[in-house]
Design a protein around this ligand. Structure first.
Ligand code: ZN
Length: 251
């Protein structure tokens, strides 16, 4: 008798290598943010990792990111360039990779996590160096609920992004992975949130694309601020563009 397939333990974290498809753009964004706003940690080595296991609390509140300082012991473990990491920024994979999350939201999230990373200062106010002449670091806490600089750069970030993440979670739950989405009902749902896509275009979409469009319509209905084109699934954005071009051509 063939044995029952063994249930394997889930792995909660996934390290993001710099030289991977997703890693390249993420580390480029990281470098860009450090240069623009985080002068003090210019020399810090920062690793990025995904978390796949953070669950939502009863109110649907989810953790989107976390910044951790690497302690002395783990600093002894070197990266592939033979250097130690100073910080690890952990991001919620589900949120980061969601096509409905916008680049600006990703930027705001990473910028926020970088605000937690700071150089430790000695009593003389100068950066504190360890006996191996390395800079030492610390984790900075929020000013109140948010770093003062983040709302200045992105508006009401914490509130908006948390609301958005919650709405996204709800929208995803409302469309089950094998649900049948009819062309006409989807057409109406999209019109309800202000997007008129011709029925014959919707009819060419795959079942997955229809479900993604329906999820977007629910999200947009619950969270109108997320209405930017950047957060649309690609096939929906393409159809929306094609659909508006004839009138633009006339103008
Ligand atoms: Zn924070």
């Amino acid at each position: 008798m063939p044995g029952k397939p063994k249930k394997l333990k889930a792995v909660a974290y996934r390290f993001i290598p710099e030289q991977s498809d997703i890693g390249r753009s993420m580390y480029a964004l990281l470098a860009d943010l450090v240069e623009a706003h985080h002068e003090g940690i210019r020399d810090a080595r920062i690793a990025l990792a995904f978390n796949l296991a953070w669950t939502a609390d009863v109110d649907g509140r989810v953790t989107l990111g976390k910044c951790m300082k690497v302690g002395d012991l783990h600093r002894e473990l070197l990266d592939d360039r033979g250097q130690p990491y100073d910080f690890i920024i952990i991001l919620r994979q589900e949120f980061w990779t969601d096509p409905m999350t916008t680049d600006l939201q990703r930027r705001a999230l990473l910028d926020h996590e970088l605000c937690h990373a700071a150089v430790k200062l000695g009593e003389d106010g100068e950066p504190l160096v360890d006996e191996r002449q390395r800079l030492t670091y610390r984790i900075r806490k929020h000013d109140l609920e948010e770093f003062r600089c983040i709302p200045e750069r992105y508006g009401c970030w914490t509130h908006d992004l948390e609301e958005f993440a919650r709405a996204l979670e709800r929208a995803r739950k409302r469309v089950s992975p094998d649900e049948f989405v009819g062309t006409t009902s989807l057409y109406r749902e999209l019109v309800d949130v202000g997007l008129k896509i011709p029925i014959d275009i919707i009819a060419t979409w795959t079942a997955d694309e229809k479900r993604a469009a329906r999820t977007w319509a629910i999200l947009r209905h619950d969270f109108p601020l997320s209405a930017s084109m950047a957060g649309m699934p690609p096939h929906l954005a393409a159809a929306a563009c094609t659909n508006t071009s004839p009138s633009e051509a006339q103008a």
